[in-house]
Ligand binder design. Sequence first.
Ligand SMILES: [Zn+2]
Length: 302
Amino acid sequence: MRLKLAGSILSLVLAGLACSASAQDQEEVQIVVEEVSPKVYMLTGRGGNIGVSVGEDGAFLIDDQYAPMTPAIREAVAEITDEPIRFVFNTHWHEDHTGGNEDFSEAGSLIVAHDNVRKRLAAGQLMSFLGQESNVPPAPDVALPVVTFDHAVTFHINGDELRAFHVLNAHTDGDAIVHFKEADVVHMGDIYFNGFYPFIDASSGGSLEGMIAAVEQALELIGEDTAVIPGHGPLSNRQELESYREMLAGVHERIGALIDEGLSLDEIKAQRPTDEFDEEWGGGFIAPEQLVEMVYSQMTGK
Ligand SMILES: [Zn+2]
């Protein structure tokens, strides 16, 4: 399961386009539907986890994975509700969360996202990850968010209030967290990688400090029983999100202290600053040494 996720994220990061994995491969991926609460579901397939609100006002999707997944996502949503997919919300611009925009938009869904999601999708991006660069071409106009916001936006649908709010420079510079007030669910986007070290896209304005602050904002908002949908990894809860926050803060503190001492990247690596967290978090697509490299580079600008 985690290996599959790793593959999907790496194909985004290193190859930029879904062309690294053929459409055929992606069509074979099954969408798994998990009920989170009576009107909220989590869909997993290939790419970021999808949140779905259903009810009489129509389906509301949070993120839409890679483009070739669209037919399977449609089928899965049709099994939950007869209503059309009225809104697609993007938690950030990465292709494993926005790849379906073009098809959903052409079929009549309204795409909504933070201002910077539209800017980055429209401009195309040069992504940088551990010394490797990949070029993501501009998205076609039809795939761009039609409604954008700077701080927050609330959707009053399906008997719930879905409040989406921007968090500053976290995984990228266009992240939003979505809180379902009535259903007591939160969708974290890629602020939260449940069970493994996160990717922080500094080339899109992301930072570890921002990730920690964003997790703290979410923790202030949610209760003991809130269901937490991570960007990647299994459905989660407050307790696990707290331990994720502790890991992020620990990594930040340890690497930050070594940077302050003036140590070089190699010297910092040799000290194994993430040691105590590696067993629980180091088995995903970002290996411990890569996390150190990524955080060092982002914190020092080197
Ligand atoms: Zn992402």
